[in-house]
Every structure is written in structure tokens, then in C-alpha cells.
Design a protein around this ligand. Sequence first.
Ligand code: PLP
Length: 250
Amino acid sequence: MISRDKSASLFVTANQYFPGGVNSPVRAFRSVGGTPLFIEKGDGPYIWDADGNKFIDFCCSWGPLILGHNNPKVRKNIIGAVENGTSFGAPTVWENKLAETIISNHRYLEKIRFVSSGTEAAMSAIRLARGVTGRSKIIKFEGCYHGHVDALLVKAGSGLATLGTSTSAGVPEAYARETIVLPLNDRAAVEQAIEDYKDDIACVAIEPIPANNGLLIQDIEFLRFLREVTKREGIILLFDEVISGFRVGF
Ligand SMILES: Cc1ncc(COP(=O)(O)O)c(C=O)c1O
């Protein structure tokens, strides 16, 4: 039996500082049981906890570490960048270069806005959709997660195309009612919602490869249907690729 005493003791300390002892619900181990591991270091595909146990890291910081931990090339470039300072609150030469690399390698992207988290990306995309369409409601699908934006911490109401109800204390029902949660792959439910709230739907949001659904690829015909129906109705179609983007292919 491997020891996890140090992690357990660090968790006791962390509980003094952070609600639930963690800074994100996904670190809490609630759905898998036990005490969170406190990680000390990572190298390549491995991580080590505070008790010195070595693990293969299948989490990879929930996605971003596609090159593994402590990759020599990445480390060298991070250190090189830090030597010129860290944050400026002003445009930088390097963000132009990064944008050019991404846009010139992607045939669908025209413009980019860099943000700090997936939640901000989803929130900004929804605000943009609302601004452009002048409408306020959004449609999302069961099993798809788009971050902890108030309007998205919502579960389905009692009927198929009914307005959502909030899943978290602190999210006003008035916000939740701006979101319609529908079952996946149910075209009739989408048509019904569009019919019922036609002049008020700003966007349809979906994860084309849902990370929180076991990375099962969505039905391509359903995605095509969403493209057609949103185009027809002047609704923005929002593909949330926060997890899958650049990972299933550059
Ligand atoms: C598809 C998707 N969108 C958005 C988010 C939110 O990203 P973040 O946790 O960086 O706010 C997540 C997080 O797991 C996600 O899986």
C-alpha cells in the first residue's frame, strides 16, 4: 500500500485556506472518492505527489499539456520569455506572432481574441452572439459543459423545450431562464425550441467533441442539422472546442 500521508496532511492545511480545500471543483476528488493528491513535480508523462509516489498522468492539466510535463523546448522558451518580463497590460510583439501562427494554419478562423480561461471564452462568445443578434436566449445540450458562466450552470426544465433552471446556488433563476437545455441528437426538440422562442434565440452552443461525455464524437448529421437550422434562423452556432481544439488535430 503506498503512503498518501503527506497529501492528506496538505489537504487538512488547504482546508484552512480554501473552501473545500481546493481551488476548482474538479480537483476535489468528490466523484472518485478519497483525498486529493498534492503534486510536487512532473516530467514527460509522469507526475510525483508529495509522498514521492510516481504516476502516469492521464489528466495532463485537463488538456493543455499536450507535450507532457517539463518539455525541454517549451521550458527553454518559457524561461527565455520571462527574461524579458512577464506581463505588460499592453499589446506585445509575440501575440501577433501567435495569432498569425494559428490563423495561417486554420481555414475557418478569421479573428482571435485571447482570453485566460475556457469560461471566459464561452462567456465572451455568448455575449458576442447576443450583441450581434440583439436576442438574449441560448440553447445548450445535456452533457455538454461550457464553463462556470452563470447562464450555463443550468439544467433542463420540466419539458423538452422549456427554459432551464439553475444548478448552482448563487445563479439567479432569471439568468437560468435565458438558457434552454435540450437532449443531444434530438432534432424535433431543437425545432420546437426555435419555434417557441424564435425571435429570441441568440446562439446554439455545443461541444463538437464533448470532453465531459467521454470524448464521444457527436453525430455528424446532428451537427450538420444544427448548421443548417441556425443559418436559416439567423442564430449563431457556437462550437466550443476548449478541450478538443488543437488536440485532435492542429
Ligand atoms: C468544453 C469546455 N468549455 C469550457 C470549459 C471551461 O474552461 P475553464 O475551466 O478553463 O474555465 C471547459 C472546462 O473543462 C470545457 O470542457
